[in-house]
Ligand binder design. Structure first.
Ligand SMILES: NC(=O)c1ccc[n+]([C@@H]2O[C@H](COP(=O)([O-])OP(=O)(O)OC[C@H]3O[C@@H](n4cnc5c(N)ncnc54)[C@H](OP(=O)(O)O)[C@@H]3O)[C@@H](O)[C@H]2O)c1
Length: 360
């Protein structure tokens, strides 16, 4: 098959491209500003026998910014579309999310409609907004309050996709939670989003964070997300009309606290009951970090949610990777090794080995 992947240079997109190539497909990668595809391991993607073609486009523009012949060729030349392109960082303007995440999705739907090409939309599990409890993959707009403009735009985008599906376009949706490093190694190409909060807290720049100890943060390894997307492409006939949560099992803030405390070089943030937290009382330096970063993520530290992944477990040929405390340790160990969270303090074995060496 030939598969078009939008957002192909992104964290998820590049891993999806890698899987599609190794499954023997041809890939047309829609790139925007970044024009090279780097895998999560930091290495450029290799395309055997010229099976990877890059085209430059912009999802915010009608016809993805392509000229008519290019658009027509693309519409007629692909068997599946995977839509990953989006603005994923927080704190951007509502208008930008609308242009890229909502209008961008509409333009991709239009491309798919030209030849009724099956469309796999990459959404987010957090379209659930500030609901609590167990979230079913089949649920979408229940009038929930959204946590931020990003979530709101992804809700609108998925609503468009579902509507196109109801009107006859073959669609499937994959909803990742918070995408982080690889399951086995913790390796991640981009330290973004949750990693920034981890950096500010573990460095002691932010010492108190409003949150409930039993709030759940759902971290999912990037390789699992890409596996679910690639399976959805490959087995689209089975996947059509379905929504898959590509999620971990969730970690409570208490789990976070306990694991962070195991690392001698880390400050462990104090999670303060939100009703008792007053940003005005923060020291000046900390207040600036709160306003610029922590505040954007704050609602995640209050949510008591779990994502139902029964549908994904039924669909996937293998069990999802474990994402408990041991996984969080791996993520942190990698971020330390990579220098993102500062240098780690030497462990006991290393100190004793050094003392022994000095004794010799
Ligand atoms: N990362 C997460 O934690 C997470 C969690 C849940 C869901 N998701 C969803 O998963 C998908 C992929 O996320 P990601 O983490 O891989 O994002 P990412 O690393 O930020 O990559 C986003 C991609 O979208 C492209 N893009 C942005 N604006 C564009 C435009 N106007 N036209 C065409 N392409 C454009 C970017 O290209 P340039 O950089 O060249 O502009 C980049 O390739 C998104 O739909 C996101 O909402 C991500």
């Amino acid at each position: 098959m030939t598969v078009l992947v939008t957002g192909a240079s992104g964290l998820v997109g590049s891993e999806v491209v890698a899987r599609l190539l190794s499954a023997g497909h041809e890939v047309v990668a829609l790139v925007h500003r970044v024009e090279n595809l780097i895998g999560n391991n930091g290495r450029p993607l290799h395309a055997p026998e010229g099976r990877l073609r890059l085209i430059k486009g912009d999802v915010t523009r009608p016809d993805l910014g392509l000229d008519r012949p290019e658009w027509t060729n693309l519409a007629g030349g692909v068997d599946r579309i995977v839509h990953c392109a989006a603005i994923t960082d927080f704190g951007r303007t509502e208008q930008l999310y609308q242009q890229v995440n909502v209008a961008g999705t509409q333009h991709v739907i239009e491309l798919a409609r030209e030849r009724s090409t099956p469309l796999v939309h990459v959404g987010t599990a957090y379209v659930c907004g500030e609901r609590s409890g167990t979230i079913a993959a089949s649920e979408l707009d229940l009038g929930q309050r959204m946590g931020n403009h990003y979530e709101e735009s992804k809700l609108r985008a998925e609503t468009l996709v579902r509507k196109a599906g109801a009107d006859g376009l073959p669609v499937a949706v994959v909803r990742p939670s918070i995408v982080v490093g690889a399951a086995r190694t913790g390796v991640v190409r981009d330290f973004k989003n949750i990693y920034v909060v981890l950096k500010l807290t573990t460095q002691g720049r932010v010492r108190s964070v409003p949150g409930h100890f039993d709030a759940m943060l759902d971290l999912v390894p990037v390789d699992h997300v890409a596996d679910v997307v690639a399976q959805t492409v490959d087995r689209f006939t089975e996947a059509e009309g379905r929504t898959f949560h590509a999620v971990g099992g969730g970690l409570s803030l208490r789990d976070f606290s306990d694991v962070l405390a195991e690392f001698p070089s880390f400050h462990v943030p104090r999670f303060v009951v939100p009703s008792a937290f007053d940003p005005q009382r923060l020291p000046e330096g900390e207040r600036a970090y709160y306003d610029k970063v922590v505040q954007l993520y704050e609602s995640y530290f209050r949510r008591r949610i779990t994502f139902d992944r029964t549908e994904t477990e039924r669909f996937m040929p293998v069990k999802p990777p474990a994402t408990g405390q041991a996984f969080l340790r791996r993520l942190l160990e990698y971020a330390l090794r990579a220098g993102y969270l500062g240098a780690s303090l030497p462990g006991v074995d290393q100190v004793l080995a050094e003392l022994r060496n000095r004794g010799n």
